[in-house]
Ligand binder design. Structure first.
Ligand code: Z2T
Length: 820
């Protein structure tokens, strides 16, 4: 255990006293009457007390040193439970475990009492959380800015196999022990109204926004504890409160948000997280959330800047603002508005600052996820911002005219304003024009951003487009979630790897070592047992840990192709029953996924998998060879149990559509072998682990594009491949829905008559072949052991520490500051 960081200051008796004090005074329980939950809350509060002190001290030292910092603006931070993770970062895990034992408690049980703060949808939100962890671990000054949703991502259950959504009150009745409210940091945010012209004292004609109403922003800080150091950075979440109710009938969309949570309370802008991943719903309340988030965050950044004694002219020297996708884009016209209307800078002076402050990360190429807001909506809610956007576009169009004189087609294509029935503002275009750096999230994705999404922008602004390959924090995704493997790794290569993940390569020399192989496989087996116990307790399904645990855990989306996985399962079912010579090693197919509440086909796929699971899990003809488990309510804390137990990692998106993926990295790190397409970061995982240690299949990006261009004909595959035909046709029977044929046929319909937009049928045969290879190689346990060890050993590149260093060196230009 580490002796640096905060460990040496730990006083066990004092800590126990603090826990008991909080139990009584904060949660009104005596040690005799307290249940496990109250004890967890008291322990959380006692720890938060320590980290809040460090947070203030970090804030103070950074302000005194007046150093450059990054502000990470994101509508989502999917942080997961904090207690266990912060204990590891503080270096207090063992100490606190011992302390609570003396109170008659078990730390592992206490940690299970914490609800996941689910303030994000999936990859994008989880990435923001890993990045905050890595910024703090490496002491690159940073503030995370997000929203304090009252309800996080809905919790999921199944009724008759169908997804049912329920609100996620993550703070419970008592509040979340790790958060601290900062009333002194409150902000007032304007909305609606009009713009007026006036003449100032110097005789200059000026424009200013006169909002029709205001709402209040309340700051809540969560501590991001630096691993093995004394830095604690704030994740600052804004809660919207309204001084008086106002009529929001005009904002009631009558959809999920309205239906689930009732009439949105007046002014309650931060009531609920929008549950879409990779899809833009274009709702008015969502734009209001985005502006509220940006207005509070920009005002807070400027407050810090001035409090440290700086001039507005030095903003770009001291602050960088990273936009996590286009969701916080409205921060750009907001800063311009403040610089021009409030600080009285001319356009050029304001632009010189603003365009050197903002940088933008693109997370997807999917057209349905690229945000566009109608001009009239923006003009109504934020009239001054709309003027500024028009001015940015006007000047940009002049630039385009200079570069491509008289070319109206290029102007139409690049314009921030899309012409049409109703004019729309293209937020990605606004970002590329107004930032000093744009990046994709994996090498392949960044190439496609350059080649397909923004080719002309790349010509106009050479050097602006970058790649920063995503990463994951090894603290949560190995050290915390996989203590068995951690111990084994510590024994072989020492204990520095959680901060220097490249050191894992030191394990490679043990890949052929029989003794090490045995121990590595034993750890995997233990982790499979831990998960199997969870499934037994929570779902009543018995799993055999000798089976291959084959895992697909991610949001439910057609482009991620859970239905390709399902078709493969159906093919195995068909062969087990119809091919007398067919044999397979026992397999458990594990799914976990939430579908956006309005995404009908995604919900159909969940239903189908659940129905197939019901049947195969109880069909004696299959001899226990095939099990399917759809684990409900996928969330960070569930990923922490599933990932260490995985043998196979399904990363099977249509090539070109998964920008990066990050689950792929977590699974490989924990020794799962990837079956995947040449998409996103899979390409780089293959580069690192070598072609022998990954199962690649399917069409390449350019083959996908070509096939789409030439017209993909799903029936050609259907007629040519009898196994595919048999598998698809099972969906038209009542095999899995006894007495109700047709209940699963929407999926088959979509693939055959819907044109198979994600080329599931085109990749099916190659996918089946790759799975046969997995089956054969798993049976040879020495081969498998070598490959799984090499996966852990060779994925050090995918630490989010490395991603953050890439941002720091190529985009943010920060210096680390060690807090004393
Ligand atoms: C999201 O999770 C991702 C992209 C989005 O584009 C939106 C959301 Cl909510 C607007 C994911 C990508 O799908 C995934 O490939 C990537 O690994 C992740 O962001 C983090 O970059």
């Amino acid at each position: 255990m580490t002796t640096r960081g905060q460990t040496q200051q730990f006083d066990k008796a004092l800590f126990k006293a603090s826990v008991e004090k909080h139990l009584v005074t904060t949660y009104a329980k005596t040690p005799e009457t307290a249940d496990s939950r109250s004890w967890y809350l008291a322990v959380g509060k006692a720890l938060a007390e320590i980290s809040t002190g460090s947070l203030l001290e970090t804030e103070k030292q950074l302000a005194e040193q007046n150093v450059r910092s990054v502000n990470y603006l994101s509508l989502e931070f999917l942080i997961g439970r904090l207690t266990g993770n912060n204990l590891i970062s503080m270096g207090l895990y063992e100490e606190v475990s011992a302390a609570v034992e003396e109170l008659g408690l078990n730390l592992t049980d206490l940690l299970e009492e914490e609800r996941d703060p689910a303030l994000g949808n999936g990859g994008l939100g989880r990435l923001a959380a890993c990045f905050m962890d890595s910024l703090a671990a490496q002491e690159y000054p940073a503030v995370g800015y997000g929203l304090h949703y009252e309800y996080g991502l809905f919790s999921q259950s199944f009724e008759g196999g169908h997804q049912v959504e329920a609100p996620d009150a993550w703070r419970g009745i008592e509040g979340y022990p790790w958060e601290v409210v900062r009333p002194e940091l409150g902000q007032t945010v304007g909305l609606f109204g009009s713009v007026e012209t006036y003449t100032d004292k110097a005789g200059t004609i000026c424009r200013r926004w006169v909002p029709a109403m205001t709402v209040e922003g309340v700051a809540w800080d969560l501590p991001i504890v630096g691993y093995d150091n004394k830095s604690v950075y704030p994740l600052r979440l804004w809660e919207c409160r309204s001084p008086a109710p106002f009529n929001l009938a005009r904002f009631n969309d009558g959809d999920y948000v309205g239906a689930q949570y009732g009439q949105l309370e007046a002014g309650n802008v931060t009531k609920v997280l929008y549950p879409n991943d990779n899809h833009d719903q274009g709702k008015t309340l969502r734009l209001m959330q985005q502006y509220f988030h940006c207005a509070c965050s920009i005002a807070d950044i400027l407050r810090r800047h001035f409090a440290a004694g700086n001039k507005i002219e030095d903003l770009a020297k001291l602050e960088s603002i990273q936009l996590n996708d286009t969701h916080p884009t409205i921060a750009i016209p907001e800063l311009m508005r403040i610089l021009i209307d409030e600080h009285k800078l001319g356009w050029d002076a304001a632009w010189a600052i603003s365009s050197k402050v903002f940088a933008y990360t693109n997370h997807t190429l999917l057209p349905e996820a690229l945000e566009r807001w109608s001009e009239s909506l923006i003009a109504d809610m934020l009239p001054r911002h709309m003027e500024i956007i028009f001015e940015i576009n006007h000047r940009f169009m002049t630039l385009v005219e200079e570069k491509w004189p008289g070319n109206n087609e290029i102007k139409r294509k690049l314009s921030i304003i899309e012409e049409g029935q109703q004019r729309m503002v293209r937020m990605a275009n606004l970002c590329v024009v107004s930032t000093y750096a744009v990046n994709g999230v994996a090498a392949l994705h960044s190439e496609l951003v350059k080649r397909d999404l923004f080719p002309e922008f790349n010509e106009l602004f050479p050097g602006r487009l970058h790649n920063v390959t995503n990463g994951v924090t090894p603290r949560r995704w190995l050290k915390f979630c996989n203590p068995g493997l951690t111990e084994l790794v510590n024994e072989k290569i020492g204990t520095e790897w959680p901060a220097k993940l490249d050191q894992l390569s030191g394990l490679a020399k043990f890949a052929e070592d029989k003794k090490f192989q045995k121990r590595y496989l034993a750890v995997k087996k233990d982790n499979k047992q831990r998960f199997a116990d969870w499934v037994q307790d929570n779902m009543g399904i018995e799993l055999d840990t000798n089976a291959i645990f084959d895992v697909q855990i991610k949001r439910l989306h057609e482009y991620k192709r859970q239905h390709l996985n399902l078709l493969h399962i159906l093919s195995l079912y068909h062969r087990l029953l119809n091919e007398p010579t067919f044999d397979m090693h026992p397999r458990v197919f594990i799914f976990a996924a939430k579908a956006a509440p309005g995404y009908a086909l995604a919900k159909d796929i969940i239903f189908a998998i659940n129905k197939v699971a019901d049947k195969v899990n109880n069909d004696p003809r299959l001899g226990g060879k095939l099990k399917v488990v759809f684990v409900p309510d996928y969330r960070v804390s569930l990923a922490e149990i599933i990932i260490p137990a995985a043998d196979v990692s399904e990363q099977i998106s249509t090539a070109g559509l998964e920008a990066s993926g990050t689950g792929n990295m977590k699974l490989a790190l924990n020794g799962a072998l990837t079956i995947g397409t040449m998409d996103g970061a899979n390409v780089e995982i293959r580069e690192e682990v070598g072609d022998e240690n990954i199962f690649i299949f399917g069409l390449l990006v350019d083959e996908v594009l070509k096939q789409k261009e030439e017209g993909h004909d799903p029936y050609r595959y259907y007629h040519a491949d009898s196994l595919l035909r048999a598998s698809l046709d099972l969906l038209n029977t009542d095999e899995f829905t006894p007495g109700n044929p047709g209940q699963l046929s929407a999926i088959r319909q979509n693939l055959l008559d819907g044109g198979d937009p994600y080329l599931v049928l085109a990749d099916f045969a190659d996918y089946v072949k790759a799975h046969e290879k997995i089956d054969a190689e798993y049976r040879d346990q020495a081969t498998w052991a070598r490959k799984t060890i090499l996966n852990t050993a060779l994925v050090g590149k995918f630490s989010s520490d490395r991603s953050i260093r890439d941002y720091v060196n190529n985009i943010w230009k920060l210096k680390a500051v060690s807090v004393k």
